[in-house]
Structure formats: C-alpha cells, structure tokens
Design a protein. Sequence first.
Length: 94
Amino acid sequence: MSRTTMETVKAAGGLSVAGQRLADAGAGERVQITNLVDVADVETLQKMILMGALPGKRVEIIQRFPAFLIGLGNSQFAIDRELAEKIVVQPLTA
C-alpha cells in the first residue's frame, strides 16, 4: 500500500462523526460507508483498506453477534465492535 493511499484515506476520514456507526446498524441492513473516524493507528487503517472498507462502499450487515459479519463486495469479513464503531454509515434505500 502506498503512502499516498494512506494519506488520502486519512484525509477523507476527517473529524466529522455525523451519521450512524456500523455498530448500530441492524442485521440484514444494507448501508453505505460515508466516513472512517478515530483511525489513528496504521494497522487499523491498513486493515480497513485491505478489506475495502472505504467511504462510498456498500456493506451488508449479515450478523451482529458474537462478532459483526459484514458482506463487502464478493467477500465476507468478521470484525469486532471496536472496528465497527470506527465506520460511519448511512442506510441505503431499496
């Protein structure tokens, strides 16, 4: 991953926290990522980039417990609540 990509994502994350957190979305809900917040460490940012969890991407919440299982593109990922709290989303209309 290039330094430019990481800087772009950090800049896109900004400080805005308006919106619903992925951790608050219900199972079966489809949402779009609007922002990433509180991503201060490089490892967490790299994890989000590698999953493709970036602003503009659509996500389906498959399950919430014991871990969040999300569908992102053609892949599914299990993430913990801490990471789900860093992802700001908006619901998608049908």
